[in-house]
Design a protein. Structure first.
Length: 167
C-alpha cells in the first residue's frame, strides 16, 4: 500500500464525515463507512441527500477528509463512483456495513429493504490522485438571507436586570 493510499484510508476511517463534490453542485458533508478500500455512502428519501451532486455510476467525485479533532483538512482525493446494484453481492456487503453505522433509523429492521427500494448506495474508490492542500481557508461567503440572530434589546430590560441583583 502506498503512503498516499494509507493516508486516505486512515483519515477516512477516523473521520465521521467526508465532504463530497460531484461534477455539479457544491460539496456536501456525508456520513460514510470505510470498507474494503473505499468509502460507502447511502442517500435518498429518509437518508442524506445525494441529489444535485451529479454522482453517477462510472463518474468521478472529489472527496475531502477533515480531522475529527480539529476540523482541519487532512487530504483531498479523487474517487471513482460506482453505484451498487440492489441485492448484488457487493451491495449486500456494503449495506451490512452501513446498517451498523446508521444512527436513529426509523425502520431499523427493514432498512435494507427500504434502501433497495428507494435509495442509492455508492462506492467511492480512491483513484490515487490527491490534490495539494490550499494555502487559504476556502471558506465560502454565506448566502444573503433575511434571517437574523440578534435583535435590539427591549428598553425595559436593563432596569429589570438591575432590580434582580438587589433581591
Amino acid at each position: 500500500m502506498t503512503e498516499t493510499r494509507a493516508l486516505i484510508e486512515e483519515a477516512a476511517k477516523k473521520s465521521g464525515l467526508i465532504w463530497v463534490q460531484g461534477p455539479t453542485g457544491p460539496s456536501r458533508a456525508l456520513w460514510h463507512v470505510w470498507h474494503e478500500g473505499a468509502a460507502l455512502v447511502v442517500g435518498g428519501p429518509g437518508e442524506q441527500p445525494l441529489d444535485g451532486l451529479g454522482l453517477v455510476d462510472g463518474g468521478t467525485a472529489s472527496v475531502t477528509v477533515r480531522s475529527k479533532d480539529k476540523g482541519g483538512r487532512l487530504v483531498e482525493w479523487t474517487a471513482a463512483v460506482t453505484e451498487l446494484a440492489p441485492d448484488g453481492e457487493e451491495w449486500t456487503a456494503a449495506v451490512g456495513e452501513l446498517k451498523g453505522k446508521r444512527l436513529n433509523a426509523p425502520d431499523a429492521e427493514a432498512i435494507a429493504e427500504r434502501w433497495a427500494r428507494e435509495c442509492r448506495v455508492l462506492r467511492l474508490l480512491p483513484t490515487g490522485a490527491t490534490a495539494s492542500l490550499p494555502d487559504g481557508s476556502l471558506a465560502a461567503v454565506p448566502l444573503p438571507t433575511s434571517a437574523t440572530t440578534r435583535r435590539a434589546m427591549p428598553a425595559g430590560l436593563p432596569r429589570l436586570l438591575r432590580r434582580g441583583r438587589r433581591g
